[in-house]
Design a protein around this ligand. Structure first.
Ligand code: XIL
Length: 353
């Protein structure tokens, strides 16, 4: 077998984009990290630098240094950048709770979107305009999450966010991003239905929305299954003319044995079978892992393993060496059916990205 090529070269042969969520501190401090990212990726996203909590130290101040630094790096290296995110119930600044009211929330949201999406207009591949707005457990008939934005503005906040984003950056693909839509569980089925219901409502009202982000924080081993339901979901998106991006992929290995060889094999196999399923669908255009190396994965703090061993959820180890999961992703790209080049319309909106 020939040596695996870079992720980006293998992905490009199938008109796919591939990359990682980037940590700005690592990007500033590590030459090896910068080299690896430049070699391997055609798309990137800020893990935290473009969230409200990073950009909004006070109600009337913006902090753009990290986001600007990231964009400068990606542009220098011809890597497209996703924006994450403009509207979410988490990682809001501390001042938000005491400051936001029913009277000012709408203008807080629209001013933020105009300022942030406007600053980077024409330079962003796609914006996660709204993140995680659906939560069936909250018990509303429409499936919407009982988020601060919903409480303060009402359900029109989604429409407002997308319309404002389109005005501020007419070339970015506007994306709805969510999790727990991947699996074969009853809960994931409810979540998929509620997300599709939301997307249909938005489309019916001519709200500008171009794509769906499937976060893809998945798990290896145990009862976890990913397959036909996910494929069906992606097809439903396609029927609405929506592109699909795998936006935050990682593989939680808590249910795999501690042994590193076995664990790496299980994680790699999970990447392979998940991507094989997803890449069968032609509207899937990009795959991003949620981080570059295992040592910096959010899962280390978020969901530690019971045996205390560090998680191994990503494509590179703590020394930035490629793991079996890296080869698995290349293998899946190589096996993916060659895709037609994007249509003229898509090329226009996607050109800058
Ligand atoms: C996570 C980051 O990885 C962490 O560093 C941060 O502390 C919390 O947020 N879904 C999302 C991402 O949309 O923004 C989250 O990122 C992971 C879950």
């Amino acid at each position: 077998m020939s040596e695996p090529r870079s992720l980006k070269a293998q992905a490009a042969a199938h008109h796919l984009l591939v990359g990682f969520a980037l940590n700005v501190q690592q990007l500033r401090e590590s030459e090896a990290y910068r080299r690896l990212v430049a070699e391997q990726s055609s798309i990137a996203v800020a893990e935290n630098a473009m969230k409200w909590s990073s950009l909004r130290p006070t109600p009337d101040q913006y902090f753009f240094e990290d986001a600007d630094f990231l964009l400068q790096f990606t542009e220098t290296n011809r890597i497209k950048l996703r924006g994450h995110n403009l509207c979410w119930h988490e990682q809001l600044p501390k001042w938000f709770g005491p400051t936001a009211t029913a009277a000012n929330a709408r203008s807080l949201l629209t001013e933020h979107i105009r300022t942030v999406a406007g600053r980077y207009a024409g330079r962003i591949h796609s914006w996660d305009v709204v993140n995680e707005a659906v939560e069936p457990k909250d018990g509303r008939p429409d499936g919407l999450r009982d988020s601060p934005w919903l409480k303060l503005i009402g359900e029109s906040y989604l429409e407002v966010a997308f319309r404002t984003a389109r005005q501020a950056d007419p070339t970015a693909l506007l994306t709805y991003n969510d999790y727990d839509i991947e699996g074969e569980t009853e809960y994931d089925a409810a979540k998929r239905s509620a997300v599709l219901l939301l997307l249909r409502r938005l489309k019916q009202r001519n709200v500008p929305i171009d794509a769906v982000g499937i976060q893809s924080h998945i798990s290896a081993g145990g009862q976890h299954r990913y397959g036909t339901s996910l494929q069906q979901f992606i097809r439903s998106c396609r029927e609405m003319d929506l592109e699909v991006f795998v936006t935050e992929m990682d593989v939680d290995d808590r249910e795999l044995p501690r042994d590193v060889l076995q664990r790496d094999a299980g994680v790699a196999q999970t990447y392979r079978s998940y991507l094989d399923t997803v890449l069968r669908e032609q509207n899937v255009r990009a795959v991003l892992a949620w981080g570059v190396d295992d040592a910096h994965s959010w899962l280390q703090a978020k969901r530690p393993r019971n045996d205390g061993a560090p998680h191994r959820p990503l494509l590179f180890d703590e020394k930035l060496r490629p793991k079996p999961a890296f080869a698995a992703v290349i293998g899946s790209f190589a096996a993916a059916r060659p895709l037609p080049a994007p249509s003229a319309g898509q090329a226009l909106r996607g050109s800058k990205r």
